[in-house]
Design a protein around this ligand. Structure first.
Ligand SMILES: Cc1cc2nc3c(=O)[nH]c(=O)nc-3n(C[C@H](O)[C@H](O)[C@H](O)COP(=O)(O)OP(=O)(O)OC[C@H]3O[C@@H](n4cnc5c(N)ncnc54)[C@H](O)[C@@H]3O)c2cc1C
Length: 409
């Protein structure tokens, strides 16, 4: 079938849907991009922390599958993104992360050190194989245990036992979402259909019918190929095609609070507290700070096919309360937070859905949520269901899905 005869629907204009639509358009295809929200890329790919994972956090996956997957995704993140938007990584990266071993961690520094070394070694191999650099910037990566005498400049040792200084970074997701949105709107071969909720996909001979609703009007359209990249809507739509999830799953709602004031690099350390239900701070320099405290910010849990519409369920005052309580817990651990000067209007207390296989929370050793490798593309002839798993994997997967549609992969 040639490109003219191909009619492709991409469901969900989040990070993956946007990158995939742009990639397909560059390869000469027309794409209908469905989005139930009023704007593209305003959900998980907007509110997330933007950490481009080097596998360090996935130390509980003893098989190393998740770390391997993340490192490959991380190596492709910026170089693939450059296919669709102009981006200077220096302008979007955070300060590097400290991995802070919280009291009660499921693993201690001695147990974590060999895992970090394995990530560093695998990074070296993958970098040579793919001929790419982490964030298009770094030849090598590192995680070094700091002497205990040095940690109280970063964290409060009453809560934190040890700190590894690493070369893992976040990228500021709102800036990337803005660039991708501008690219979508400027691309005439992408028909972005906002306020359009996909209800089902069904087979019609060798083609696929997408049924959707826009402003209470029901619509149907037939396609040669459909890609489901709806994340919080993934399972519900897959079920209409008779496709079952590969394992038990959960949807969580987690707050990713932003403080939108410019920061100096030394004003706030970027910290990930491991290994368990703790939290993170990220210093995005001129683009502000991100902070989340899991025991307070993980407000929603659902094992339904489609999670509740959490975004609409919290009042402004509930959001402010979640921010303030998270801030207090975090500033007990990272004292620099208390020195930040900001007003309530600078705070953006937003949350997003995390869909993952596994339905036991991260405080348990056996939780499947400590792994994230059974992700990616599931293909059923011309219907493709994509569980991105992590933001880190989006640009890598977008190109993979396009290859799959062209029969290259
Ligand atoms: C607080 C938080 C922090 C996180 N931190 C990190 C991190 O640091 N690093 C990392 O790698 N990952 C992180 N993640 C995970 C990451 O955000 C997600 O894996 C990723 O953004 C998912 O991208 P996506 O394109 O699949 O989904 P989304 O960006 O959510 O896009 C899905 C789109 O589909 C639309 N949609 C849903 N249902 C329908 C329907 N029926 N019809 C039409 N449209 C529909 C939605 O409105 C949405 O726009 C975090 C997530 C959260 C919530």
């Amino acid at each position: 079938m040639n490109k003219i005869n191909r009619k492709i629907a991409v469901l969900g204009a989040g990070g993956l849907g946007a990158c995939l639509a742009l990639e397909l358009s560059q390869r000469g295809y027309q794409v209908d991009l469905y989005e139930e929200h009023s704007e593209p890329i305003k959900k998980a790919s907007f509110v997330n922390e933007g950490k481009i994972h080097l596998g360090f956090i996935y130390a509980m996956d003893k098989e190393f599958h998740t770390s391997r997957e993340m490192i490959i995704g991380a190596l492709h993140f910026i170089s693939n993104l450059k296919r669709w938007v102009e981006i200077n990584p220096e302008e979007v990266i955070s300060t590097p992360f400290n991995y802070c071993i919280h009291k009660g961690s499921l693993m201690n520094a001695e147990e974590l050190a060999p895992h970090y070394q394995k990530c560093i070694d695998f990074y070296g191999e993958a970098k040579t194989f793919y001929k790419k650099k982490y964030l298009d910037l770094f030849d090598t990566i590192d995680a070094s245990l700091l002497p205990r005498t040095k940690i109280d400049g970063i964290v409060n040792p009453e809560y934190i036992d040890d700190v590894f200084s690493t070369t893992e970074y976040s990228v500021e997701p709102r800036t990337i979402a803005e660039k991708l949105t501008a690219a979508l709107l400027a691309t005439t071969s992408i028909n972005l259909m906002v306020n359009t909720r996909v209800n089902s996909v069904s087979k019609i001979d060798s083609k696929l019918k997408v049924s959707s609703t826009r402003e209470e009007i029901k619509m149907e359209e037939v396609y040669t190929d459909v890609v489901n990249s709806t994340w919080n809507g993934l399972l519900e739509i897959d079920r209409t095609m008779g496709i079952e999830p590969i394992n038990s799953w959960s949807h969580r709602y987690k707050f990713g609070n932003k403080i939108l004031i410019p920061l100096k690099s030394d004003e706030l350390p970027s910290c990930t507290m491991v290994q368990g239900p703790f939290g993170d701070t990220v210093n995005f320099k001129g683009k502000g700070a991100f902070m989340s405290w899991y025991p307070i910010g993980r407000t929603g849990w659902s094992e339904q096919d489609r999670p509740p519409e959490w975004d609409q369920m919290y009042s402004d005052s509930e959001r402010d309360d979640i921010f303030l309580r998270s801030f207090k817990e975090l500033s007990n651990r990272i004292p620099a937070l208390d020195n930040l000067k900001f007003s309530p209007e600078d705070v953006s207390p937003v949350g997003g859905v995390i869909f993952a296989l596994g339905n036991t929370d991260v405080d348990k050793h056996e939780s499947k949520l400590h792994t994230r490798h059974e992700v990616g593309i599931r293909t059923f002839t011309n219907y493709h269901s994509v569980n991105t798993g992590k933001y880190t994997l989006i640009p890598y997967l977008a190109v993979k899905v396009a290859d799959r549609l062209e029969g290259i992969d």
